[in-house]
Design a binder for this molecule. Sequence first.
Ligand SMILES: *Cc1c(COP(=O)(O)O)cnc(C)c1O
Length: 397
Amino acid sequence: MIPYGKQEITEADIESVVKILRADFITQGPKVPEFETAIALHCQSSHAIAASSATACLHLACEALGVNKGDRVWTSPISFVASANCALYCNAMVDFVDVNTDTGLMDENQLAKKLKLASQNGTLPKVVIPVHLGGQSCNMKAIALLAKQYDFAVIEDASHSIGAYQYDKPVGSCQYSDITVFSFHPVKIITTGEGGVATTNNQNLANKMKRLRSHGVTREPEALTELPHGPWYYQQLELGFNYRLTDLQAALGLSQLTRLTSIILKRNELANRYSQALETMPYEHLTQLSDCYSSYHLYIIRVPSSWHSALFHELRNNGIGVNLHYIPIPSQPFYKRLGFSEKDYPNAMEYYHSAISLPLYPTLTIAEQDRVIQCISNFANVITTTKNAIDSGDTIT
Ligand SMILES: *Cc1c(COP(=O)(O)O)cnc(C)c1O
């Protein structure tokens, strides 16, 4: 089976982890801060806070921004469930802004409309979480303008986007947001096994996320509310979590990070090969925006809904591990029980019935990619031949 995504672990990666296994600290040693510094340097952000997953980072980000009972958080229906769950962890209310079907990204015009209505009803969100689907960024300039106008904070769910650029700046620079979150799950661009990082330019948010990641405990002299009882002293200032990344994971991340540029280049090359091949086929791919350099976590094609399921089965039956990103979050049973209805997100539903993620990862060979291309091309030929035969009144044997 050719999978849709796959991690690449090199000998250098393995050696760097083994080195930590033989060192004094396998967690809470020097590697996590080193990894954070390297991420902040790449992202051109002032701070980077590593945690046990992007889900943990999203939760920390919401907590740091003060999301609480009675608050509202809006995100995209076309995302992994974690983008919405983080608001519910804080006992806030969640809602979704429908997507643009050509990009699968949160539609800034729908956002503007929804905000206008919410301001009349007194139901404005405290935080909006745009999701950079497949490695292409949402319209962050437009979202930042709305954030100013309606006074909400912005968390970029950039789980797919380490190594991507927008407006000639690395995603994670937080030029148009308060916090950006990356995932290092093995299917993503680089991996730490499980893991994530939040970047920010705000010192207070950084301090808060750091403290909450480790039980709400601090040893920083300037944060203490009373004089230390002795050199053993620490204080718990708020209710935090154990969301720490380990030094083993950070070592793997540091080693992977050295290859980031070449990984993104390879993903872009393979994506361009798909796009070229698709030009002569009756498929579309997601519209690429000129102000973005995508990390191409995913290569998503869009097919007529009447073919969608059949093509998906055909590819899977041919050993091609296609996938679907994503089932709209409001259509999940858990969210339906909260009162969400698919009918309220028609674009997300239309997108859902048309999207297929083709295999894409740096070690995908040209021969493997050609097999994928051949398979979708054959399917299109069969469909169009059958359709032409029906249109011309021929009987099909
Ligand atoms: C993978 C992913 C997450 C969650 O990442 P984890 O590191 O697995 O917690 C959140 N949002 C999006 C869009 C993702 O793709």
